[in-house]
Design a protein. Structure first.
Length: 232
């Protein structure tokens, strides 16, 4: 069983009150909070969560500066990246990681919460649907990913910043492969900036593994599909 399957076995068990024993994970565990939400915590850090770990590296918002004069963190790997691109890539990272979060539902967020989850699980299964041809799958993938972002929700700039190219999610303006981006992102922090977080290099690498598995699931490339998991 992959880490992605372990996470979502526990996710669905908690979210829909199934009452099943928790699936043991090596690096993470779900913790129920006082507001009835649930977060994926690092086993050895009671204050650290998978979703929030990268907040210390959130880039400065260039829209509030007349002439941004800094370079993106990964400029040595992606010369075509500017500070505006870096910001939407961070928002995408947060949106993907937030798929693991369980939030208290109310009449105002219930539909968004359902649709984001629905789109994620449909994207994960799309490549296994044999009744659709390649063009139909591409159209449906674009539709589902749009609403996955829209119902998170993200800002308009992020909503239109990404697209699929031969099944791979890319940043449309720069043609950057997002799996490569996220891989370099985690490796760079692990090597150069880990002193800004309480996490160990092992834990940062665990985040990298889970984030990339979430991304590959959205792309339909995950080694083990989530077809066996059903939303209530």
């Amino acid at each position: 069983m992959t880490v992605l399957q372990e996470v979502f076995d526990n996710y669905l068990n908690i979210k829909f009150n199934r009452g099943l024993p928790a699936v043991q994970m090596n690096d993470f565990e779900y913790v129920l909070l006082e507001d009835t939400s649930a977060e994926l915590f690092f086993i050895d850090h009671e204050q650290g969560t998978f979703l929030e770990w990268a907040e210390a590296f959130q880039p400065q918002n260039p829209h509030y500066v007349q002439k941004p004069d800094w370079q993106p963190m990964l400029t040595s790997f992606f010369k075509q990246l500017d500070v505006y691109d870096e910001q939407v890539c961070y928002y995408l990272l947060y949106t993907i990681n937030a798929t693991t979060r369980i939030i208290p539902r109310n009449p105002y967020n219930k539909m968004n919460d359902f649709m984001k989850n629905y789109c994620f699980f449909q994207l994960a299964q799309l490549e296994h649907i044999t009744i659709l041809n390649k063009e139909q799958k591409q159209q449906l993938k674009d539709f589902l990913f749009f609403f996955y972002l829209y119902t998170h929700p993200v800002n308009e700039e992020t909503l239109y910043a990404f697209s699929f190219k031969e099944g791979t999610l890319i940043h449309a303006k720069t043609n950057i492969n997002m799996e490569q981006y996220f891989s370099h992102y985690h490796d760079y922090i692990c090597k150069h900036k880990h002193d800004r977080t309480l996490l160990t290099p092992h834990e940062i690498n665990a985040c990298k593994k889970l984030t990339i598995e979430l991304l590959r699931s959205i792309e339909g490339k995950s080694k083990d599909s989530l077809c066996h998991l059903k939303m209530a």
